[in-house]
Design a protein around this ligand. Sequence first.
Ligand code: GLN
Length: 450
Amino acid sequence: QYLARIREYQHLNAFVEVYTDEALQRAEAIDERLTNNQAGRLAGLVLGIKDVLCQAGHSVQAGSHILDQYRSPFTATAVQRLLDEDAIIIGRQNCDEFAMGSSNESSYFGPVRNAADPSRVPGGSSGGSAVAVQAGLCHASLGSDTGGSVRQPAAFCGVVGLKPSYGRVSRWGLIAYASSFDCIGPITRSVEDAALLLEIMAGHDEFDSTVSTREVPDYSAQLDWMAVSGQQPARVGYLRESLESEAVAPEIRERLGQVIEQLRADGHAVEPVEMPLLKYCLPTYYILTTAEASSNLSRFDGVRYGYRSEDTPDLERLYKNTRTEGFGDEVRRRILLGTFVLSASYYDAYYTKAQSVRKLIRQETERLLTHYDFILSPVTPTTAFRIGEKMDDPLQMYLADIFTVQANVVGTPAIAIPAGTDQEGLSIGLQLMTRPFAEKELLAFSKYVS
Ligand code: GLN
């Protein structure tokens, strides 16, 4: 059924490769295990994975020309854990090149289209993954979130997107964009599905030293907010700006206002909060992530992986021509910016300063989260915009992440949950953010709210 739907919805461009035969063979093998009562917990789950997650024997390209012909010799830990529980991977999904973008227009494989209105973007960078769930092309997807790339497309497509705490899920086998921000997260139809996938993927991994050794709760069995909270009302802060600012679309503010009223009516304490440092989140994010990206992407040199230019009269030009031809505009822009902020004369003015600001943002957010269990906000200032609308203005595009980057700067978990549609039928998403490693509370409260 999913294979047929993928063909039917090919125009959305959600998948870059579909593993038809392999998926069918696996399904048959799992059927047999089911008859023998030996199947894993995910038997029957059909999963798509963003084209930044490695799977042994399969191509992985990060939506880029530079990884043409590259095949991964190993499998990402998160993917392996889902496979071990008998998930079926149906294919790899289109995304912005190297996960850089907010609209899925920077992919070498062309833009992904929003299933609700194919003239609009699905959000990015995990756009293919979100659309695949939205259009029913698979049960669930795995995306990656460095500054909002799971939550923002989930919001634009009316599905659930979870960014776990930094260090909750191993990054082994995830093509790095900005290593101190990157998180793998599920995109699903329901909070229950997100909880189940997280519980299977999360936890210690000897291949990634930044993964926490904390025990992984059985999130999927603890989704009753009243039980999790011990019948206590929640303390929720919402960003005053997000309810009042003209920069946020009126229908999104209206929806946020309704949810706040509903929560109050249910006895929860909901109060406006100020985040004076919010305006520094985006600049901090773009300085630090481009710096990390410029270093991470230096390995794509035409020698070790994938594509090599035809025009290689000497080593210098082999590097230069391969990278010029292999990377798209947005990736080149970020490598240049990152190299600049790391250069000897500007290192202190930009990189060191951004590190200090990151620390302040972390402190301010942690302080807020001692007073509040959750911070509620929109996921995005607008609903899905038109394809092409923001392509010529990268700064406008970066604003799409104004509410999402904070969680990555700090390392806290955050979730996007669908909250209805606007008059044009475009999805509105709400975000809940909480303390690091409080995914259990986050998931239970999200289920309660949604
Ligand atoms: N849209 C943001 C960016 O362009 C976030 C990307 C991401 O989370 N991978 O960097």
